[in-house]
Design a protein around this ligand. Structure first.
Ligand code: SAM
Ligand code: SF4
Ligand code: SF4
Length: 372
């Protein structure tokens, strides 16, 4: 196990219980009756950006012990695990990171995953979240490999502010060109995610709304979250989604739209004049744990049941000791069935911290390690 400066999951991976084989049926529920439907797979813990809210340069510097290549799940291992999850009901896979486009030959992985089908024979919703910096050269090959959709993160339309936020001097134009390339490659409908930090980029809410109005792009505003342990999160820097909506509605009246599904993280709003759709993801002010159907697989193959967890279940160990497919699916079933995580729901509870979120004093996993 590599030594990490920030002790995260590796220190306390939850032991797996061996038990009777669980026959995958496509309908696995956790202890709060939430089905397993989405899998987020982090394919690298590295990134070419140093977004201040995610990988602050002071922590993620040249001495930071990123995972060695041998620790990463190989494409074969990812495919095998993904197949086991799909047999349990996963319908949507999102590749993330770190910056997923940094993973070499990513298209080969996309090809493998695009071939998977649900137990009823439907293709997966296969998507990816990226900072967009390398998208212009990758969009076409990713589409050809079978990627269905893409989400691009973009926090500002003002170039100096954008560079300040990515803290790696990346130009805004590179991302805008990437977005255009993804659209012309057919990776739509495209979503653009903007993390809003009060006092940093709240001036960009209206320019962003204006820029993506009258386009098929769905712009989503994300509340700055207390994820990880290194970003120095403070509630005073959270701009509640209600304020974002009020700012936009003052210029462009909005109407609420129906959720696509119960598990949808974003609340959807449409421009009253029909100029498109926006969304708000209110992870801090309006918890959505009740519909949380997401499992997260870290770069080194640990299964996390919540973004705010401090420990994961080591599936890579099972894959590398050559457990059978039945043993693998059975282990996943046992872990999911015992799941009780609802960190955001309990964040404000009198107990002060959440059941199954990291207890006080324990460090949570970093966003760049587990993906968004
Ligand atoms: N590098 C890719 C990107 O930026 O899109 C994928 C990984 S990134 C960790 C996934 C998402 O998490 C991004 O949309 C990013 O803005 C979001 N994110 C990171 N830290 C966050 C935080 N503290 N609060 C809210 N969202 C955050
Ligand atoms: Fe990198 Fe994405 Fe984190 Fe920014 S949000 S530092 S692009 S992983
Ligand atoms: Fe899901 Fe955990 Fe987020 Fe709640 S806090 S929605 S359980 S990831």
């Amino acid at each position: 196990m590599p030594r990490r400066i920030i002790p995260v999951a590796d220190v306390s991976a939850v032991p797996l219980i061996s038990g009777p084989a669980h026959i995958p049926s496509g309908t696995l529920h956790d202890s709060l009756a939430r089905p397993l439907r989405d899998l987020r797979i982090s394919i690298t813990d590295r990134c070419n950006f140093r977004c201040v809210y995610c990988m602050p340069r002071a922590v993620f510097d040249k001495n930071y012990p990123f995972l060695p290549h041998s620790a990463l799940l190989s494409f074969e291992e990812i495919e095998r695990l993904a197949r086991a999850f799909v047999s349990h009901g996963v319908e949507k896979i999102r590749l993330t990171g770190g910056e997923p486009l940094l993973r070499k030959n990513l298209e080969f992985l996309v090809e493998r995953l695009a071939r998977l089908t649900t137990p009823t024979g439907r293709p997966l919703d296969l998507t990816l979240t990226t900072n967009g910096s390398l998208l212009a050269r990758k969009a076409r090959s990713l589409k050809d490999a079978g990627l269905t959709r893409i989400t691009v993160s973009l926090d500002a339309l003002d170039d100096p502010l954008f560079r300040q936020m990515n803290d790696a001097d990346f130009a805004l134009d590179d991302v805008l060109t990437g977005i255009a390339a993804a659209q012309s490659a057919g990776l739509g409908p495209l979503k653009v995610n903007m993390v809003v930090k009060r006092g940093t980029n709240d001036s960009q809410i209206l320019p962003m709304a204006r820029y993506f109005r009258d386009s098929p792009v769905v712009l989503r505003f994300i509340e700055y979250m207390d994820v990880g342990s290194s970003n120095g999160w403070n509630m005073t820097e959270v701009l509640p989604s209600a304020e974002v909506l009020a700012q936009i509605a003052a210029h462009y009246p909005l109407v609420p739209l129906e959720a696509h599904s119960l598990a949808e993280t974003a609340q959807r709003w449409g421009y009253a004049d029909g100029a498109g759709e926006i969304g708000v993801i209110s992870s801090v002010t309006r918890a959505f744990c009740g519909g949380c159907t997401r499992a997260r697989l870290s770069t080194e193959g640990k299964l996390y049941l919540c973004l705010f967890a401090s420990s994961g279940h080591d599936l890579r160990a099972l894959v590398r000791r050559r457990d059978s497919d039945a043993e693998l699916t059975s282990a996943i079933a046992q872990i999911w069935q015992a799941r009780a995580d609802q960190y955001s729901q309990l964040r404000g509870s009198p107990s002060g911290h959440a059941v199954d979120g990291a207890p006080p004093g324990e460090r949570r996993i970093e966003m760049s390690y587990i993906g968004g």
